[in-house]
Design a binder for this molecule. Structure first.
Ligand code: ZN
Length: 74
């Protein structure tokens, strides 16, 4: 199961596999505990998670517009 959440440090949307206890934010490099994340959504697959992230970004507006989530490695 994948969690989609806002990074508590830089507030960008990030994805995390909940099999792990922590996740390093790909945007700011902060190591965050999955338990401290405010979970926005859950997904069963990576592509589902990326779709949700894309939708969230469209809703929130992205300052740099770069599709950085494509660099995610889970
Ligand atoms: Zn961050």
């Amino acid at each position: 199961m994948y969690l989609i959440a806002n990074c508590p440090s830089c507030a960008k949307v990030m994805m995390a596999n909940d099999a792990n206890m922590t996740r390093t934010c790909p945007h700011c490099g902060t190591r965050v505990s999955l338990f401290s994340l405010r979970v926005l959504a859950r997904a069963r697959t990576t592509s589902e998670a990326l779709e949700i992230i894309q939708r969230l970004k469209e809703k929130q507006g992205d300052d740099d517009g770069a599709p950085r989530f494509r660099k995610f490695r889970v």
